[in-house]
Design a protein around this ligand. Structure first.
Ligand code: CIR
Length: 257
């Protein structure tokens, strides 16, 4: 795998009204979130990718989390049907940006009653793991697998018990290395990988991203940083504290392809 392009979207001031399961963490600070977003873009550029920066969308408080309304593979793009009502319209906003990179024949859609959030999709080579979650339903997964098959790719479903999205708890670092936390430590689906286990108190940092040999790690999680470095990766840390307040992390903030 090698990524050439990344799409991000600037956070909106309305992000303070974004969906969260952890209101006790407080509302995000918009100015700080912008600074963190700048740092995120800089880190991505250091990994050698071209970054397309889309403008903020005030009508969608969670729209900086571009990973959810689309899944982009080397074969084509899938515009999803996001499972949260306040986010569903984000799919129409991401589509034109994705179309800049793919011919019409290579852009597919998940349609109602199927729902799917890109955060539930994890690519490991030509295999795609899809979490069945509160956002991603059986019909959405069925449609997704049908599209993959048309491209000669394949997938398997992973039932989720505790986390919002699949990639909240597990992320593939290429080279057979899988970062796993919580319910994913023992799931048979990932037995075949070299699993790097994350301590419970650093579970948030399971959401790291591999970009062309470098792993971007959220700032402030020393055990995870050490484990990723021990696995042989160059690392860059980026503070995502303001996105964490909305259950979002490093992977959620970009489409990488
Ligand atoms: C949401 O609940 O949809 C946003 N507040 C967070 C989305 C995080 N995205 C992701 O894990 N891919």
């Amino acid at each position: 795998t090698k990524f050439t392009n990344v799409i991000v979207r600037r956070p909106a001031k309305s992000m303070v009204e974004g969906i969260t399961s952890a209101p006790e963490l407080g509302k995000p600070d918009y100015e700080l979130a912008c600074k963190q977003h700048d740092d995120y873009i800089a880190a991505l550029k250091d990994c050698g990718v071209e970054v397309t920066v889309l403008p903020a969308l005030e009508q969608f408080p969670d729209s900086c989390f571009v990973e959810d309304p689309a899944v982009v593979t080397r074969c084509g793009a899938i515009i999803t049907n996001p499972g949260a009502a306040s986010r569903n319209g984000e799919k129409d906003e991401i589509e034109p940006a994705v179309r800049q990179f793919f011919d019409d024949s290579r852009v597919k859609h998940i349609v109602s009653p199927g729902t799917l959030d890109g955060g539930d999709v994890m690519m490991a080579g030509d295999h795609f793991y899809v979490g069945r979650s509160a956002r991603t339903n059986e019909e959405g997964i069925r449609q997704f697998f049908e599209i993959l098959e048309g491209w000669g790719l394949e997938g398997s479903e992973v039932p989720l018990e505790h986390v919002l999205h699949l990639k909240t708890g597990v992320n593939y670092l290429e080279d057979g290395n899988m970062l796993v936390s919580g319910e994913f430590v023992t799931k048979p689906d990932f037995e075949q990988y070299h699993r790097i286990e994350i301590p419970e108190d650093e579970a948030y940092a399971a959401n790291c991203i591999w970009v062309n040999g470098t792993v971007i790690v959220p700032e402030g999680y020393p055990a995870v940083l050490a484990a990723v470095q021990d696995a042989g990766y160059e690392t860059i840390t980026v503070d995502t504290s303001e996105y964490r307040k909305l259950d979002g992390g490093l992977s959620c903030l970009s489409l990488r392809f």
